[in-house]
Design a protein around this ligand. Structure first.
Ligand code: IMP
Ligand code: MG
Length: 369
C-alpha cells in the first residue's frame, strides 16, 4: 500500500502485466499499419511512459510527437480541457495514432478530435493503454485498447494524483475505504476483554463485533443466516465458517462508515483468520492488529473465583474448570498468535493493573497502527 497526499492506494496492475498489454498493442497496430510510417502522438503528461515504452517496442520505423492537454483536478475529470501544447508539425496525409495513457469519460478525446478536425490526415486511430468502459460517455471509436479497468481512480506509470505517482513503474488503485483500524481482540477468561472493548470502542469510535452477540441476534431475529446457523446448531454440528463470515459481513456492511471494527470471538482457527482477511480485503481494508491481553494464570484463577462468589456462573466457581478454560484458551489462540505474528500484527498487552492502566497500554499499541 502507498500513500500520496491524503489518499491510500493499493497495488493493482504489475509492470509485467503492463508490458504484456503494450506487446499486444504493438503487434495489433504494427499488423494493421503494414509498411506505413505512422506518427504516434502521445498525450502529455500522462502518456509519456506509455509512449516511450510503446515506441521502443514498435518493430518498424515511426515518428513520435506529443500534444499536451490537461483536464484532471484531484481525482475527478473536469469539463474544462486545456490545450497547453498543440500540434507542432504538419500531418497532412499521415497515418496518425494517438497514444493515450487512459480513457475515462472521453472528454480529452473530444479535444483531440477537435485538434485534428482541420488536419488533412490520412487516418486517425486511437490507442489507449487503459480504458474505463463504465466511465466512457462518448461514441468515438477506440481502435486499440490495452487493459479495461473498473471505474476507480488509478495512479502510476505516468498517471498522477495531484502530480504525485507518475514515476511509479506499476499501477496502484485508490482504496475506497481509507484507513480503518480493525482489531482482533483476545484475552483469556477473566482478562477483562469485555471491559476494555467498551473503552476502545468509545475512544476510537470503533464498532465492537462480538461473534456470540451476532449469532444470538441473527437467531433471535430469525434472519436467513440465523436460521441457517440454527439448523446446524440443532443437529449438534458446527456452523460452517462461511455462514459466520456472511453474518460478520452483514455487520460490517451495516456500519460502512465506521472508523474500524473490534472482532471479538472470531477468528478461532487459521482458516477463519484467512476468511476474515478475505472479508476485509473485499472492503478494501485489512486487519490492523491482533491484541491479546496477557494475564498470569494465577491472577486469572483468583479473579474468576472472586467473580464466581457473586456472578452465580457455575463455570466461575470451580478451580479445575477455570484452569481448564484457561488452558483451552491458550491452546486455541496459539495458532492465531502464529498467524498474526507472521504478519507482524501480534501485540501482547499486559492485562494486570487498573482498568485505566490497561486501557492506556492498549491505546499505546493502537496509536502506532
Ligand atoms: P477523460 O477526458 O475523462 O477521458 O480523462 C482522460 C484524462 O484524465 C487522462 O488522460 C488522464 O490524464 C486523466 N485520468 C483519467 N482517469 C484517471 C485515473 O484513474 N488516474 C489518473 N488520471 C486519470
Ligand atoms: Mg492524459
Amino acid at each position: 500500500m502507498i500513500k500520496l497526499h491524503d489518499k491510500y492506494f493499493k497495488p493493482f496492475i504489475s509492470s509485467a502485466q503492463i508490458d504484456e498489454a503494450i506487446d499486444k498493442l504493438v503487434v495489433e497496430i504494427a499488423n494493421d499499419l503494414g509498411d506505413e510510417i505512422p506518427v504516434f502522438v502521445g498525450i502529455l503528461n500522462g502518456s509519456f511512459m506509455f509512449t516511450s515504452d510503446f515506441v521502443k517496442k514498435y518493430p518498424k520505423p515511426c515518428e513520435v510527437t506529443f500534444i499536451k492537454l490537461a483536464s484532471y483536478e484531484g481525482v475527478k475529470s473536469s469539463d474544462d480541457i486545456q490545450r497547453l501544447i498543440g500540434l507542432t508539425q504538419d500531418l497532412t496525409d499521415r497515418t496518425v495514432v494517438i497514444l493515450e495513457d487512459i480513457i475515462d469519460t472521453g472528454k480529452t478525446l473530444v479535444e483531440v478530435h477537435r485538434i485534428f478536425e482541420n488536419e488533412k490526415v490520412k487516418s486517425l486511430k486511437i490507442a489507449t493503454l487503459f480504458y474505463k468502459p463504465e466511465a466512457y460517455k462518448k461514441d468515438f471509436k477506440l481502435h486499440y485498447v490495452g487493459i479495461e479497468i473498473p471505474n476507480k481512480f488509478i495512479v502510476g506509470y505516468g498517471l498522477d494524483y495531484d502530480n504525485l505517482g507518475r514515476d511509479l513503474p506499476e499501477i496502484y488503485q485508490i482504496k475506497e475505504t481509507q484507513h480503518m483500524t480493525n482489531l482482533v481482540l483476545f484475552g483469556p477468561p477473566g482478562a477483562g476483554k469485555g471491559t476494555q472493548a467498551e473503552f476502545l470502542k468509545e475512544k476510537y469510535n470503533l464498532v465492537h463485533i462480538s461473534t456470540g452477540d451476532v449469532f444470538r441476534f441473527n437467531i433471535k431475529n430469525e434472519t436467513a443466516l440465523g436460521m441457517l446457523a440454527k439448523s446446524y446448531i440443532d443437529k449438534g454440528e458446527l456452523v460452517p465458517d462461511q455462514v459466520t463470515i456472511d453474518m460478520l459481513n452483514a455487520e460490517v456492511e451495516k456500519n460502512a462508515g465506521a472508523n474500524g471494527f473490534i472482532f471479538d470471538g472470531f477468528p478461532r482457527t487459521d482458516a477463519q483468520a484467512k476468511s476474515l482477511d478475505g472479508l476485509m480485503d473485499t472492503k478494501d481494508s485489512a486487519i490492523s492488529a491482533m491484541i491479546a491481553l496477557e494475564v498470569d494464570d494465577e491472577v486469572l484463577v483468583k479473579r474468576l473465583l472472586e467473580r464466581g462468589k457473586t456472578s452465580g456462573r457455575p463455570d466461575d466457581a470451580n478451580e479445575s474448570i477455570i484452569r481448564n478454560r484457561i488452558k483451552e484458551y491458550y491452546n486455541k489462540t496459539a495458532i492465531l498468535k502464529d498467524f498474526y505474528s507472521a504478519q507482524n500484527k501480534y501485540h501482547g498487552v499486559d492485562g494486570v493493573g487498573s482498568i485505566d492502566e490497561i486501557t492506556e497500554r492498549l491505546s499505546a499499541v493502537i496509536d502506532t497502527l
